[in-house]
Design a protein around this ligand. Structure first.
Ligand code: HEC
Ligand SMILES: [Cu+2]
Length: 351
């Protein structure tokens, strides 16, 4: 009876584990379906390590079972003591050499991949982006193109895009599981990596280093589009006139309120690099507010009225004059029409 219960409990444990782990495989947020070079290299390493581990477990279990069966106490042998042996050179050599071989099998591809993924010798000829991690959002500054943007990182497909990572406050970690490995963004030094996406699409990124109360809400997106669309997007972003007048009266009033309520002190529109808060040049083209929230007017109004409730500990809360609901609504109208480009996360395929 007890044995049966034990088995049942193990089964229950494993099936609940499976249920919990299945949540990890969200589409475009999984290292197990690589859509880019770094993720593919990483997955290969995962598979090699797993294969070696499974091999070791199988061999140990098989030898263990064989010994159990072969040398178990048989009837009529209750007082029998087998011949005692000590030391066996051949065995000692075998179980020293085999692990060394297994470690070499893991080490050679790992070290090769590490150098491969750190190779920035071709960075000069490609796109270079300074990435800054901030509590709790990401800023992207395109060096040659002189474009500033936040939250959504646009890249062309099949191109190695080189990133220089830094942090403006604490340590963050840049991770887009389905296209790259992760890399820390430190306050003191710059870390570099490159990312490459094979297919057009929207890939989810996460901060992978505990950085404060809203760490788990520090999401971002990589928007991979065709090289032609990317060029188009760059032109659209460069052509933005930060002072352009919106069409509707409500948005026009929103624009005024935006300038009068110190929003402009923290949020740039256009390519000015000021970056206490996210750059809002293409805010209307995004699919999320503050990286994670639904992108609709109601959420924006809620955000403006009470940001701390939606993202605890964020650096905007309490640092601007209190707004009425009407003012917030007008500002939302203004922000939503900041749509400089036809190239948006929605046009990039999945979402
Ligand atoms: C003290 C600087 C500061 C001021 C002033 C400020 N903000 Fe912010 N704002 C931020 C920061 C920082 C964030 C990012 C919060 C986060 O995600 O952790 C943010 C986020 C936002 C977002 C979401 C941006 C995105 O990329 O999705 C909007 C919209 C916004 N602010 C609008 C405003 C408006 C409108 C005002 C003026 C009423 C304003 N902010 C005033 C710092 C500021
Ligand atoms: Cu972080």
């Amino acid at each position: 009876m007890k044995g049966w219960m034990g088995k049942f409990r193990a089964l229950f444990l494993f099936s609940s584990l499976l249920l919990v782990l299945s949540g990890c495989g969200k589409e475009n947020l999984t290292a197990f379906v690589p859509e880019g070079y770094g993720a593919e290299v990483s997955l290969n390493l995962i598979i090699i390590s797993l294969a070696v581990m499974i091999f070791v477990i199988l061999v140990v279990m098989i030898v263990y079972t064989m010994v159990l069966v072969k040398f178990r106490k048989k009837k009529g042998q209750e007082d029998f003591i087998p011949k005692q042996t000590e030391g066996n050179k051949a065995l000692e050599v075998i179980w020293t050499v085999i692990p060394i071989i297994l470690l070499i099998i893991i080490a050679v591809p790992t070290v090769t991949a590490t150098f491969d993924l750190a190779d920035d010798s071709k960075a000069k000829d490609s796109i270079n982006i300074n990435v800054t991690g901030n509590q709790y959002w990401w800023h992207f500054s395109y060096n040659k193109e002189e474009i500033q943007t936040s939250q959504d990182l646009y890249i062309p497909t099949d191109t190695r895009v080189y990133l220089n990572l830094k942090s403006s406050d604490v340590i963050h970690s840049f991770w887009v599981p389905s296209i790259s490995g992760k890399m820390d963004a430190n306050p003191e030094n710059e870390n570099t990596m490159y990312i490459e996406a094979y297919e057009e699409g929207v890939y989810w990124g996460k901060c992978a280093e505990l950085c404060g109360p809203s760490h788990s809400l520090m999401d971002f997106k990589v928007i991979a589009v065709s090289p032609e669309e990317y060029e188009q997007w760059v032109q659209d972003m460069k052509n933005v006139d930060p002072e352009a007048q919106p069409e509707t009266a409500s948005a026009q009033e929103g624009q005024k309120l935006f300038q009068e309520n110190s929003c402009i002190g923290c949020h740039a529109i256009g390519s000015s690099p000021a970056a206490v808060g996210p750059n809002l040049t293409n805010f209307g083209d995004r699919t999320r507010v503050a990286g994670v929230l639904d992108h609709d007017k109601e959420t924006i109004v809620n955000w403006l009225l009470n940001p701390d409730e939606l993202k605890p500990g964020n650096k905007m809360a309490g640092n601007y004059p209190k707004l009425s609901e009407e003012e917030a609504s007008k500002i939302a109208d203004y922000l939503l029409q900041l749509q400089p480009s036809e190239i948006t996360p929605e046009s990039a395929g999945n979402e």
